[in-house]
Design a protein around this ligand. Structure first.
Ligand code: SF4
Length: 487
């Protein structure tokens, strides 16, 4: 039986009874003097009017703020700290009207509870993190899998309804915690079956098996040959760019042919794709060019004695320039390592210079196409149509989202473009993420919106709010909506 003084939180299906001075299971709601309160501050974005203004510290801004509504849509009510209504047919917690350049607008704001959600993680490294489709684990629990790699980056797909609710309770809890950490900008340690252990954090370099990644590769081995062939011309006889995807060989490659670079009699292991481009010269790994190679010479067969010559100069380099070695052939046509000539140091440095800093990117992805829409309108599918028709802008804590084409409202957002600590959780388990729908008042009326629940911005400003200056590289949420899928 609940304590007599306990109050029931009805903001999610858990329906916690909360004693005075205590918080509910998610720490988002508490019992303060018998009142159910959302504990985190409700965040309002104030428009940065000039480039650079967004770096003004919040407290300084707050002192300047005189309590008046900023005119012309200068403040935007985010869903961060706004709370959730449950069950879904109840109107969203805040439905706020504002006038923007003479047009009546409305923003519907709720902290959505998402079981269908996850994180797409882009890790800038050419090091092999683990075989595609293999499980990614946190604290030993499966929380996602390795998906198809992209140019210069390894991709992980984490979370999703199967890990959140389809496995054991512990798997769901660990998945939820991992997603929450990553979405709120904290680091997470992950291990990949038959692969690496990595530390990832949005906007920070990945750490692979204890080593911080510095740079992305400049391109695949073939692309590297294409980019730098001219700079090697006349300075060296042969160049092999070692890469897990395509290893390039200068003399055979079209770039070398066009420059008139003569054959060298070099022979590579692996599968020849097209001239000067070789697949699978070694197994994937964390050494030379994302392979398992410690000794690059192990991918060479004997030179053709009819073509090669003693003294032939050979540069072997990885796609980041991190690994490189220089050889000359002896009388028996065996490569002998020598120190890198100054003329070639420059080209290796140029490869490094062209490699961008390696970062982790965390995109939160979720579906708002379900029952959450019922908090916006009594006729939920009309919200989907309105988003598709570019009448409604969807934002996450004021940040722009990419809405997937097709059915529903399935969106992705770069978590680094959102205000800090915008995400929460409930122990069902599911992630709680802010979502706002902004549209013209007339369009809101047409889609069956809760007009009786609309409040003016000024009516809520007397409550405690946290004012955050909007990032000036995010589109202002009241600016005109582009086509679906565009930011
Ligand atoms: S888990 Fe949080 S939101 Fe859900 S009922 Fe408990 S306190 Fe309320």
């Amino acid at each position: 039986m609940p304590d007599d003084d306990a109050i029931r939180c009805d903001a999610c299906p858990v329906l916690c009874y909360i004693k005075p001075g205590r918080t509910g299971a998610c720490d988002r709601y508490g019992n303060r003097d018998g009142q159910l309160v959302r504990l985190d501050p409700h965040v309002l974005l104030d428009r940065a009017v000039a480039r650079g203004e967004s770096v003004v510290p919040f407290l300084e801004r707050e002192r300047e703020w005189d309590g008046n509504v900023v005119g012309g849509g200068g403040s935007f009510v985010t869903a961060i700290g706004a709370g959730t209504t449950y069950p879904d047919y109840k109107p969203a917690p805040f439905i706020i009207s504002s006038e923007v350049e003479g047009v009546d607008m409305v923003t519907v704001v709720t902290e959505g509870i998402f079981s269908y959600c996850g994180v797409k993680l882009k890790i800038d490294t050419d090091r092999h993190l683990g075989p595609e489709t293999n499980l990614v684990r946190a604290q030993g629990e499966p929380v996602g899998h390795v998906t198809t790699s992209e140019y210069g980056s390894q991709m992980l797909s984490l979370g999703g309804v199967r890990h959140l609710t389809g496995g054991t309770r512990h798997e769901g809890t660990v998945t939820c915690t991992t997603l929450l950490d990553l979405c709120n900008g904290r680091a997470a340690e992950l291990s990949i079956d038959e692969g690496a252990t990595i530390t990832v954090q949005a906007g920070k370099p990945p750490i692979v098996d204890g080593v911080q990644e510095e740079r992305m590769r400049v391109g695949c081995g073939s692309a590297t040959i294409g980019m730098f062939a001219k700079q090697w011309f006349n300075k060296v006889d042969e160049v092999v760019v070692v890469d897990d995807h395509i290893t390039g060989v200068l003399s055979e490659h079209q770039a070398g042919k066009l420059l008139g670079i003569p054959e060298t009699g070099i022979k590579l292991k692996g599968r020849r794709s097209t001239p000067g481009r070789y697949f699978r010269v070694a197994e994937p790994g964390t050494a030379w060019g994302g392979t398992n190679l410690q000794d690059p010479l192990s991918i060479l067969k004997d030179f053709n004695p009819k073509i090669a010559w003693p003294g032939l100069r050979l540069l072997m380099v990885s796609t980041t320039g991190e690994h490189h070695a220089y050889f000359e052939l002896d009388e028996a046509l065996c490569p002998v390592e020598k120190s890198l000539p100054a003329a070639l140091s420059e080209s290796v440095a140029r490869i490094k210079e062209n490699c961008e800093p390696a970062l982790c990117t965390v995109l939160f992805m979720a579906g708002a196409g379900g029952s959450l829409r019922a908090g916006v309108t009594e006729n939920p599918v009309r919200l989907t149509y309105s988003v598709r028709d570019a009448l409604t802008r969807v934002t996450c804590g004021g940040a722009p989202v990419y809405v997937w084409p097709g059915g529903g409202i399935t969106f992705m957002v770069d978590v680094t473009r959102m205000p800090d600590n915008a995400f929460g959780y409930v122990p069902t388990p599911a992630l709680v993420a802010p979502i706002e729908f902004t549209l013209k008042m007339a369009d809101y009326a047409a889609l069956g919106g809760y007009l009786g629940e609309v409040r003016s911005l000024s009516s809520i400003l007397s409550d405690e709010k946290q004012h955050v200056v909007a990032r000036d590289d995010n589109p202002w949420p009241f600016s005109p909506v582009k086509r679906q899928g565009e930011l």
